[in-house]
Design a protein around this ligand. Structure first.
Ligand code: ADP
Ligand code: ASP
Ligand code: MG
Length: 465
């Protein structure tokens, strides 16, 4: 049969055994899970034959020489007898360039066409890596999201993966020892159009594919050799963590540590995929694929972590905007009048601070939204002014959120109080605070971000000796 006929559209969960199919795993209730089995817990040291997903980010495929380096990493695993699916990002800077072109063509562009444009970066790298692997004598074939297919919701620009049919990929592992080179970041929506998964979405593609093909491990190769206590580019004293619990990684990622996309961590947690973050810049030939301790960070369940620190890491984000709605009536219904329209406009509200008014009559309400939604949030509140009945709307974008994360906080009191004191000693003003079981976040002036992160990193004993 000619090969193009073998790339057939998937038939979803129905006819396939649950082990090769994953459906609607990002549904908030995970109601539609089609019985994806729990992962076999093999050690990092690979068994004689494992099934691996290897994901390479933008810097790792930035030019042909680096793609060759990636190919050698893949060859090492193939030579060791493993079945391999590779997920690639666009060459570094490419997606930004494509987004820039779409915006230049028209700032108010059609989201479906945006996806058509920005998904193209990954198509280039998947083809180039397949060519490079073939040149090394490895059987390899590129796959775009629509060819597998990776079915997604129709939320263009931030689509959610709903269903992946791994049958054909697995068949080719078995029958041809073929490496699947898959374009990350993209899928196919309900109406058959190309979708993209949001910035950093190749991580999510990789973990989703690992779940769909029941890989033993999902290796995320990037430009750092693991997950650190904070961004090592900002705090050189940051230390690499050997293991991080899914819950903590979820908080680190959602609070700004861009080393993994948040949804990839959610997926890893739900499907118990062993996610291993490691460097693509290590020399491929120096690594023993059967070694016990390749350098990197394993994202795993809490039970696997023996020594638990109170604070595991610090994340920060400058992509925040603060909005204050001044002089609103202190009565039932006001919060609903403010946050209802924001929710309808799909604007994510994060920190919310409201004072209990002294006179019981008026108060101020402050909250944060992603900086990219700042203008839209202002517009939404202004439109609802009559229903809300406020006196003034203030906002600022020169703010940053610094978050301290650790599952050890569940059983330790006073962790945040130490931070307040240390920041006060540095004269750093805190605008807003939120806390959860394993995290607290502080909103501060953006100018103090690095100082605050470094101060807290030292305070909680995270500095490398
Ligand atoms: P890729 O292109 O491989 O997907 P990203 O740029 O998306 O890579 O993510 C890797 C970057 O994440 C690192 O270069 C680092 O600056 C940043 N980063 C932020 N926080 C952390 C952290 N806690 N640990 C490791 N890297 C982090
Ligand atoms: N190329 C996409 C981006 O830059 C996806 C990714 O790299 O994960 O956001
Ligand atoms: Mg990334």
């Amino acid at each position: 049969m000619p090969e193009d006929q073998q790339i057939r559209p998937g038939t979803g969960c129905g006819p396939h055994p649950p082990s090769v199919c994953i459906r609607a795993f990002l549904h908030p209730c995970f109601r539609f899970l089609c019985g994806v089995q729990q992962f076999k817990h093999r050690s990092i040291a690979a068994d004689l034959m494992s099934r691996l997903v290897m994901k390479f980010g933008g810097t790792s495929v930035a030019n042909i020489e680096r793609i060759r380096n990636v190919a050698r990493h893949v060859k090492r695993e193939v030579d060791a007898g493993h079945e391999v699916a590779v997920v690639v990002s666009a060459m570094s800077g490419k997606t930004n360039e494509l987004v820039g072109w779409a915006t230049e063509a028209s700032p108010m562009h059609d989201a479906r066409e945006y996806d058509t444009v920005v998904a193209s970066g990954e198509q280039v790298t998947s083809g180039l890596l397949a060519i490079t692997l073939q040149a090394l004598g490895i059987q390899a074939r590129s796959w775009q999201g629509w060819q597998i297919p990776i079915r997604t919701s129709d939320a263009h620009g931030s689509a959610r993966i709903e269903d992946i049919d791994g049958t054909e990929i697995i068949k080719r592992f078995k029958e041809r020892k073929e490496v699947a080179v898959i374009s990350g970041f993209q899928g196919i929506g309900p109406t058959g159009r190309i979708t993209t998964l949001g910035r950093g979405g190749s991580d999510t593609s990789a973990v989703a594919i690992a779940a769909a093909v029941q890989a033993d491990r999902c290796d995320i190769y990037t430009d750092v050799d693991g997950v650190y206590t904070t961004d090592p580019r900002v705090v050189p004293k940051a230390q690499r963590l050997d293991k991080v619990a899914f819950e903590e990684m979820l908080e680190l990622a959602s609070q700004g540590a861009k080393v993994l996309q948040v949804r990839s961590v959610e997926l890893g947690m739900v499907h118990n995929v062993r996610v291993f973050v490691r460097s693509s810049f290590d020399k491929p030939e120096d690594i023993d694929p059967h070694s016990n301790q390749p350098p990197g960070t394993l994202i795993c369940s809490e039970e696997e972590i023996v020594e638990q620190q109170v604070v595991t890491g610090i994340a920060f984000s400058k992509d925040e905007a603060q909005i204050s709605v001044r002089h609103v009536q202190d009565k039932p219904g006001i919060a609903a009048a403010i946050f209802g329209p924001l929710a309808e406009a799909s604007i994510n509200v994060d920190m919310i601070v409201q004072n209990v008014s002294e006179d019981g009559a008026y108060t101020d309400l402050t909250f944060t939204v992603p900086a990219a939604d700042h203008a839209r949030a202002r517009e939404t509140i202004t439109k609802a002014k009559d229903a809300i009945g406020y006196a003034r709307l203030d906002s600022a974008t020169d703010v940053a959120k610094v978050s301290v994360i650790g599952i050890g906080m569940r059983s330790h009191a006073g962790v945040a109080a130490q931070a307040f004191k240390a920041l006060a000693q540095r004269n750093i003003n805190i605008r807003a605070i939120t806390t959860s079981e394993i995290k607290f976040s502080l909103l501060i002036d953006a100018a103090y971000t690095e100082l605050a992160v470094r101060t807290l990193h030292t305070l909680y004993g995270l500095d490398k000796a």
